[in-house]
Structures are given as structure tokens and as C-alpha cells.
Design a protein around this ligand. Structure first.
Ligand code: AGP
Length: 609
């Protein structure tokens, strides 16, 4: 997620804006920039990398100014670079814009501005379109030009705009991306989030969707999309900066668990056209390429590997092609059967995991086509792949991966469906049925998240346990592995995942009176067998928490507790069933007093072998 900051006052704008950007660093970014009113024009500086790079680039220069806008960029369209960093300006450099969000119709706008109005674009970003649109409509009235520009745009945005010959104001607009206004003495602010303002103000306006804000140093006015002025109550901020970065949640992990409905919606919506087709941006595989593959290798580590396990099930089911799934640290040393008929899929949230990167290089050396599913734009894995499919989950701060996992699953489904439809192994009706189910997931997830207190209560019952078994069948095996990893990595409880059918081949020797077993029974096709497995462990004294789809109540006769997830197709259920497991791990770890966001011995990205 990008961060925007704007300030209009009397002086020292540069330091105040830089300060604010630093308070938004937690949102993750790869470049930053600033645009300031100066001497009748705009002074713009922007650099790739940390904010310190921007400060160094400005050392010794004259940046005295009463106001301006600043930005930290989390790349979506266009790799991290100086030229892709914000602010973006019109060709004359008299209009500057910062933006958080995505302009969904930027390609058509870019073509129209280029062909019809001779605009020369400097960057690869969607944001630059906004600066040129405002410039196109600008007749010495920035507010009017912004309204006209916004009317042409589709997507999500929080925008800050300034014009050289109106150095007393900032115009900001909000649609779906967050925007707040800070109310100071002889100065006013805009920002993506409250932490950027806390050093200077405690009184803020929370801007709603489709509202436009006009800021001068002594006045703030808010208007609706029809330009009617709105009166807004002042919100008095009582929390401190650290709490504010977590948006009021106690930990980034819980915040990121709750972000999943929106992340999944974003990962899906940008790839589904209005007429129900899949557009896999960043993927240049042709029909011939897809038909030439005789197998798929999915390679990853940890949580990303668990997403690959689900990917195997759905790619084999919909694309009718054999899939191998491997942990990266094993793949590269097993002399794998890989050649130019292999599609190698690397899954990595950070895109910097050395094991995964080394496995990718080995696969390329052997001639494979490499597609990566990555969250961090411009990361090493993405740069070394033939095709990249971004999860667009936004920065994942907590070491324990949650929203990256579920958006990785969405990418697996989209790849499987795309390949199946392209190859003809999946008919259009089935394709449409699955797409419809995927689209329904964000709302079902929101419903599921309202049951958080039930999970918190379950955690109170079981948080002192020292050993837990997760069991499942079908795709629930992969989800069991993921649930077990979540629990062990943040609560330090000895947890194991095992295919339920495997219990009798050894593991059941460990089940004794009071052993906690978490049984995933979401697969209709395997439900009866799972109920039998629950019976099997109950007979040996286990305490069982069952997870099943609403309506499948037979498990209640066996399990001690049952948590229901909303009805959905078997293949899609991991997007729902994993969330109560994430929350259960979170609340157990919280009750055990663990450092949830930074567990001992772990790093967010493992860049060593
Ligand atoms: C997941 O909760 C862990 N933090 C860890 O297993 C992680 O998934 C693994 O290290 C892979 O990281 P990547 O997705 O950035 O490659």
C-alpha cells in the first residue's frame, strides 16, 4: 500500500512531509518523493529505495516551501525506479499528484491521452495518467480540473494534487483508498493514515468515499461528488503512533487476517473482466505454450509451499496436467526431471527466499518456463521469472503469513482456470461456476470473521496444551499443514499435521487421553471418512475440534467442539477454512504471551540457505 502526505502552512513543509512519510514506512514501500511549492513553480524530487535516499538527494538544495505533497510507493504497475516514483506531474511540471490505489482503466486513458492529446508519458505507472488528466482540464481552477479528471477514472484512489499557480491549496479525493485530514494551527494536512499526523495534530477529519477536500492553511472544506459542501465532525485521536500503524489492532497479524476479504477482492477483481474472462496481466504464456507443457512443478517454502499443495489439486482438476509440489530446499538437490516442457511455478511472498530463488535458477537452467506468484513487486524472484503473477496483498508485516497465503491460493485458482479454459480441459459452464464461487468468497469471509469471539473462546480452552495434531483429507491436508505451521511458529506449541488416512500407519500411537486433535472435514466427498477418523482418535481419548461446512452436522456426534464455515465447493474451501485456524493460532499465542508479529528465531524473509 502506498502512503500519501500533504501539508499546507507557513514554512518547513519539506521536513514535515518527510516526517509524515517516515511514519507511513510500516505500510511498506520501494521508493519515495516530494513536490513543493517554490518561487511560482513546483520543485519535485523522487528516488528509489528508502526515504533516506530522498533526503540525501535533497541535501544542500533549497527546498524551503510553505506546502506540498509527498509519497511512499508500493509498486503495482511498473517496477520500483526513480521515474516510477511519485509525485507524477504533467508535461509542463505545473501540476503534481500523489496517489494510493489502482486506476483500473489507466491503459485506455493512457492511450487516449497519448493519441488524442499528444501526451508524452515518462513512467510505467497508472498514477501518471491522473496528472495529465488534471492538466488537460486545468483552467486555473484545480478543484474543477480534479473533479473532471476523477470523473474519467475507474478504480480505487486517494489522491493529493497541487498546481504551481495556486500555491495556497491542496486538493484531495478519496475513493476506496484511505484518506484523512489533519487540522492544525495555521496549517492543515492530508495523509493516507493517522500515524503520519500524530506528531503535529490530534484533530482529524475521516474522509469518506467520493469526497473531495480543499485545504488551505486556515481552512478545510469537504464536498461530495456533486460538489455539495459537507459538514464533518472532528475526530479526536487518542491513541499513540504505534497503535495507529496497526489500525487499532493489537498486532499486525490480526490486522492482516482481517484484511483478507479486501485483499482477495482486489486480487480477483483486477483479473476478471466485466464479461467474466480472466486477464492474467504479467503473463505472456500463449495457448501453444500452455498446450506444450507435460507437467507443472510448484516449488516454494513454508506457507507458500502449503499454497502450492492446494495449487496441485486445482491445477490437476481444472487443467488436467500432472503437478509436482516440492519444498525449494529439496527440489534443487534432487536432480529433478525438468525440461522445456515443464511449467515451473515459484510461489513466494517476499520474492527473496534464497531456497526458492535457487530452485528457480536450477529450473531455468534445465529449460523450464518460469511463472512466479509473488507479493513484492520487483523482487528477485519476480525479476528472474518469465512471467509474474502478483498477489497484490499489500505489504505483509507479520512474520506469520496470512493474507499472502490466501491471495496465493486465489492466484492458484486463476492459473488453473485460465489454463483449463485455454487448453479446453475445462468447459465454460464449469469455469463460470467456479468464478462465481470465488467472487462470493470475500463476503463469506467477512461473515466468518464475525465469529472471531467463538475462536477466541476456543483458544481460552486449549492455550495451555503442549501438543496438537491437525488432520484432514484432500485439500484439507494442505490446509492442515498451514494451520499447524501458524500455530507452531507463533505459539511455540508442538503441532503436527498428518493426512487423516495416515494416522493408523503410525501417528495414532501418540494419541492419548486429552490429546488435542483439530480435524478439518470440509470436503463433502471425504466427509464420512473424516468422521470415522474423528471416531478413531476419540476412541483413544483425544479431544477433537472439528471444522466442517454449515449443514454437515454428523461430525457433532463425534467431535467435542465444531466450528462451521460457510458452504462452498470443496476446492474453494481452503480460502475459508484456513482463517479460523489463523485466528485460533493468534489467540492461543496471545494467551501464551508470545511475540506474535516477530516470533523467536524467525525472519519475514529467509534470504539464507
Ligand atoms: C509463514 O508463516 C512463514 N513466515 C514462512 O514459512 C514463509 O512462508 C516462508 O519462509 C516462505 O517465505 P516467502 O513466501 O517470502 O518465500
Amino acid at each position: 500500500m502506498c502512503g500519501i502526505v500533504g501539508f499546507i502552512g507557513t514554512s518547513n513543509a519539506k521536513n514535515i512531509i518527510i516526517d509524515g512519510l517516515k511514519k507511513l514506512e510500516y505500510r511498506g514501500y520501494d521508493s519515495s518523493g516530494i513536490a513543493l511549492f517554490q518561487n511560482g513553480g513546483l520543485k519535485i524530487k523522487k528516488t528509489i529505495g528508502r526515504i533516506a535516499n530522498l533526503e540525501n538527494a535533497m541535501l544542500g538544495g533549497d527546498y524551503e516551501s510553505p506546502g506540498g505533497i509527498g509519497h511512499t510507493r508500493w509498486a503495482t504497475h511498473g517496477a520500483p525506479s526513480d521515474v516510477n516514483a511519485h509525485p507524477h506531474s504533467n508535461m509542463a511540471g505545473t501540476i503534481a499528484v500523489v496517489h494510493n490505489g489502482i486506476i483500473e482503466n489507466y491503459v485506455e486513458l493512457r492511450e487516449w491521452l497519448t493519441k488524442e492529446h499528444g501526451v508524452i508519458f515518462l513512467s510505467e505507472t497508472d498514477t501518471e495518467v491522473i496528472a495529465h488528466l488534471i492538466s488537460l482540464y486545468y483552467e486555473n481552477d484545480l478543484v474543477d480540473a480534479v473533479y473532471k479528471a476523477v470523473a474519467k477514472m475507474r478504480g480505487a484512489y486517494a489522491i493529493g494534487a497541487i498546481a504551481a499557480n495556486e500555491p495556497d491549496k491542496i486538493v484531495a479525493v478519496r475513493k476506496d483508498s484511505p484518506l484523512v485530514v489533519g487540522l492544525g494551527e495555521d496549517c492543515n494536512f492530508i495523509a493516507s493514515d493517522i500515524p503520519a499526523l500524530l506528531k503535529y495534530v490530534r484533530k482529524v477529519y475521516l474522509i469518506e468515499n467520493n469526497e473531495t477536500v480543499i485545504l488551505t492553511k486556515n481552512d478545510v472544506k469537504i464536498f461530495d461528488k456533486d460538489r455539495n459542501e459537507i459538514k464533518r465532525d472532528v475526530f479526536h485521536v487518542t491513541w499513540d503512533a504505534v497503535e495507529a500503524e496497526k489500525d487499532g489492532y493489537d498486532h499486525f497479524m490480526l490486522k492482516e487476517i482481517h484484511e483478507q476479504p479486501k485483499c482477495i477482492e482486489e486480487t480477483l477483481s483486477r483479473r476478471l473482466t466485466a464479461d467474466g474472462k480472466i486477464v492474467l496481466d504479467g503473463i505472456s504464456m500463449t495457448k501453444e505454450d500452455i498446450e506444450s507443457f507435460n507437467k507443472v512443478c510448484i516449488v516454494a517454502c513454508g506457507t507458500a509451499y502449503h499454497a502450492g499443495l492446494v495449487g496441485k489439486t486445482v491445477i490437476e482438476k481444472f487443467a488436467k496436467i500432472p503437478v509436482e509440489v516440492d519444498v525449494a530446499s529439496e527440489f534443487r538437490y534432487r536432480d529433478p526431471f525438468v525440461d522445456d516442457k515443464t511449467l515451473f511455478i515459484a510461489i513466494s511472498q517476499s520474492g527473496e527466499t534464497l531456497d526458492t530463488l535457487a530452485a528457480l535458477r536450477e529450473a531455468k537452467r534445465r529449460g523450464a518456463r518460469v511463472l512466479s506468484v509473488v507479493n513484492v513487486v520487483g523482487s528477485s524472484v519476480s525479476r528472474e521469472s518469465d512471467d509474474v503473477f502478483y498477489t497484490w496483498a499489500g505489504p505483509e508485516i507479520a512474520v506469520a503469513s496470512t493474507k499472502a497465503y490466501t491471495t496465493q491460493l486465489v492466484c492458484m485458482y486463476l492459473i488453473a482456470l485460465y489454463m483449463g479454459l485455454t487448453k479446453g480441459s475445462l468447459d465454460r459452464e464449469e469455469f463460470d461456476r467456479v468464478i462465481t464461487e470465488l467472487k462470493a468468497i470475500p463476503e463469506k469471509l467477512k461473515t466468518l470473521l464475525t465469529k472471531e469471539p467463538v475462536i477466541a473462546d476456543l483458544a481460552k480452552t486449549f492455550y495451555k496444551t503442549e501438543q496438537v495434531f491437525f488432520i484432514g483429507r484432500g485439500v484439507d491436508v494442505g490446509v492442515s499443514y498451514e494451520g499447524s505451521l501458524k500455530l507452531k511458529e507463533i505459539s511455540y506449541i508442538n503441532s503436527f499435521a498428518v493426512a487423516a488416512g495416515e494416522l493408523k500407519h503410525g501417528t495414532i500411537a501418540l494419541i492419548e487421553q486429552g490429546t488435542l486433535v483439530i480435524a478439518l472435514a470440509t470436503q463433502d466427498a471425504l466427509y464420512e471418512k473424516m468422521v470415522s477418523n474423528v471416531q478413531e482418535v476419540k476412541a483413544r481419548g483425544a479431544v477433537v475440534i472439528g471444522f466442517a461446512k454449515e449443514g454437515n452436522q454428523a461430525i457433532e456426534n463425534q467431535a467435542d467442539k465444531v466450528f462451521y464455515i460457510p458452504e462452498c465447493r470443496d476446492e474453494i474451501s481452503p480460502l475459508l477454512s484456513v482463517v479460523p485456524l489463523q485466528m485460533l493460532a493468534y489467540y492461543i499465542a496471545k494467551l501464551r504471551g508470545c511475540d506474535i508479529d516477530k516470533p523467536k528465531n524467525l525472519a519475514k524473509s529467509v534470504t539464507v540457505e
